[in-house]
Design a protein around this ligand. Structure first.
Ligand code: MG
Length: 344
């Protein structure tokens, strides 16, 4: 295989704010793996919370060049096993490579990845549309700009969280889910769950800081709404840790290292009776099209990352008010629309 690495700055439609940060532009890298003239793509965004920068991604991915250039792609799981140890502390880089290997694998065989896994897309969950933190009036206008979605995910952690949800509830009958991104205490979470349950909220994502396990056990016992781990569930081994502390997990491909570990996490969660959601970052259609391959295995999905962009750099799956439409193309269905700045 030949390796190339591209850098893009993805411009957002609106400033996107969660409980700990605000962004207008999302830097991302796209891995390109080429074999027999066929190209597969995978993505990893930068992320200050997880300490991931353009430089660290470039260095980590570049360190695997020898392994990649000496291998011919067979099963992407075999390549993952070769890369997992050298990239153990660089899961975002591992994710971009694992996604690219899957896209290439499907393209070389002329079939979508989900089909090669034996899955059907006849019944798949619909994605939510995410509303970042802002003034209440701006959050209302963000919802109305994307009216008609069946589910909205509302970012909270503001000091006026219940008022925000009450105000948004006046606009729509859609399902709400909320994400505090570690911004609440245990007491606030239990109180908020009592106020939010009658407002049609489905679940609460990551209310407490990721390390507050004992407080989380209490929250799980007393909350009126299910609680779903995001920052507390990053890698394969974290699924077992979440059992008894959360009702479900939110898997992100960059956190765990790609499609290969994500499928194992889904299976592990199922044996423990945990619900499973896959979430996205603010990312292009490269990363979103990889997530789409997992849809038949999920209870819920948050894959609106590319919808939040003012300009995408690739084509692949699209969302029609939350419903995933698959392109008639093999692999993850990804075509790059423009070349970025070449890093490798
Ligand atoms: Mg989250």
């Amino acid at each position: 295989m030949q390796l190339r690495l591209w850098h893009y700055d993805l411009p957002l439609k609106h400033t996107f704010t969660i409980s700990r940060e605000s962004i207008d532009v999302q830097p991302t890298v796209i891995v390109e793996l080429e074999q027999d003239g066929v190209r597969g793509y995978g993505e990893a965004t930068t992320n200050p919370y997880y300490g991931v920068t353009l430089e660290s991604l470039t260095e980590a991915i570049g360190s695997c060049r020898d392994i990649l250039e000496k291998s011919a792609l067979g099963d992407p799981v075999e390549l993952y096993e070769q890369l997992a140890e050298p990239l153990d502390s660089h899961r975002f880089a591992l994710c971009a490579l694992d996604q690219a290997a899957h896209d290439l694998w499907g393209k070389l065989q002329g079939k979508p990845v989900y089909q090669l896994w034996g899955l059907s897309t006849d019944h798949t969950p619909v994605s939510n549309y995410t509303i970042g933190i802002d003034s209440v009036e701006t959050m209302v206008s963000k919802l109305n700009e994307f009216a008609g979605w069946p589910i909205y995910k509302i970012k909270l952690g503001t000091g006026q969280d219940v008022e925000i949800v009450e105000r948004l509830r006046r606009e729509t009958d859609a399902v709400f889910r909320v994400d505090a991104n570690c911004g609440w205490s245990a007491e606030e979470t239990v109180d908020n769950s009592r106020a939010l349950a009658p407002l049609g909220v489905e679940f609460i994502e990551q209310p407490l800081p990721a390390t507050e396990w004992e407080a989380m056990r209490q929250v799980r016992r007393e909350s009126k709404l299910p609680v779903v781990a995001d920052e507390s569930c990053q890698r394969e081994e974290d699924v077992a840790c979440c059992d008894g502390f959360f009702h479900g997990i939110n898997i992100k491909l960059v956190k765990c290292g790609g499609l290969t570990p994500a499928r194992r996490m889904i299976a592990a969660a199922r044996t423990r009776g945990l619900s499973v959601m896959v979430g996205c970052m603010t990312e292009s259609s490269v990363g979103i099209s990889a997530i789409a391959q997992l849809l038949p295995l999920l209870d819920a999905v948050d894959m609106d990352g590319a919808v939040l962009l003012a300009k995408d750099v690739a084509s692949g799956v699209t969302l029609d008010r939350g419903v995933c439409r698959y392109p008639d193309r093999p692999g993850c269905g990804i075509e790059l629309m423009e070349e970025g700045r070449r890093l490798l």
